[in-house]
Design a protein around this ligand. Sequence first.
Ligand code: PMP
Length: 428
Amino acid sequence: MIYQRSSQLFAEAEQVIPGGVNSPVRAFKGVGGTPLFAKSAQGAYLYDEDDNRLIDYINSWGPMILGHAFQPVVDAVIEKAKKGTSFGMPTELETQIARLAISMVPNIDKIRFVNSGTEACMSAIRLARGYTKRDKIIKFAGCYHGHSDSFLIAAGSGLSTFGVPNSPGVTQGTAKDTLLAHYNDIDNVKALFEANANEIAAIIIEPVAGNMGCVPPAAGFLQALREICDANNALLIFDEVMTGFRLAKGGAQELYGVTADIVCFGKVIGGGLPVGAFAARNEIMNHLAPLGPVYQAGTLSGNPLAMAAGLAMLETLNNDTAVYQRLEEKTAYLQQGIDRVLRENNIVFTINRVGSMISVHFDAHPVVDFQTAKNGDNDTFKKFFHGLLQEGVYIAPSAYETWFITDALTYDDLDFTINAVAKVAQTL
Ligand code: PMP
């Protein structure tokens, strides 16, 4: 596979864009080499600027659950664009997508649309703080909730309770209100509530983590968080930016039967356009401006092109009663195939999967939290990534990302991928 034009375009981009990219993980820093530049995409395939065809397992990091250039979404955007691209006035379309989203997701009465997952999570914690009149939040190490200050906090050590900023520019003042816990460790969460009685506004969690590879919640973990929040008058925020409309119509709330107080969305809900959203019951959402005092706004929020794309996407997912079953079956097939060929080649690995989120970790032990995710052999991952790329299979350029399976994949694509993994496994 030749990357000549991508290399040239990357060199040009580096002159005018920091690191040549508008979002860091695109730069291949974790795996080395030159990022590919996309030219077009259709269904399960990406085409780069050197006209290589790749089977896509990133799918724009989640949104393209029905494949690239999905016709109903493309048509909806084109039709809307002809009538104006932004008004800064309410449109009927916003009510239509709001109504549909509320009907698909359990336990929400109102939803507000924003422009990214970051904005959704940032707004959700402001709302939680405004509603509870408390300052502190609990987040889990290895969970990502976007790049707003409160979330750019990593554990200084396993024992650290107060967050340490892990980006310059995040102040200590902000970091001190973010308490860190270990994913799947309920005792850790209990201890934080004991040490910070009546100070914790909310727990925010990826109900299935997807930013340390895919890490499922342990049995009963989400329910236990629900109970701790209830006992302490704190809110439970599910960041369903990845899981929303992906794991089920109603996301992780539906899949695990656990109710969150605020739910954040992104990715699938925008059909590939810049959309995020957060939602809750009336008593919480009515605290938002203009009804209540918690301020949140956006010039382009509810943008007609973005809402048209999102509505076309959600309508399709809502009407296709078999889509989540197909995604489950395709991803299970992929998992079994990869499991088989890696085993045949005596590779040490663990595969984690929930529905259409799946990740391969090069470590023999269960991956249950950030610490165990970090035990994976990164050198093997790099070889795996570049080997698959050579075979025309594009997975995320980082060991800490989940693969997002699209319904556009055929079983031939999956067999092709499993064969590619078999070939690459011989080189690991
Ligand atoms: N939450 C989760 C769980 C995410 O995976 C992401 C992005 N990958 C975000 C929030 C932030 O979303 P965005 O990149 O749209 O700001």
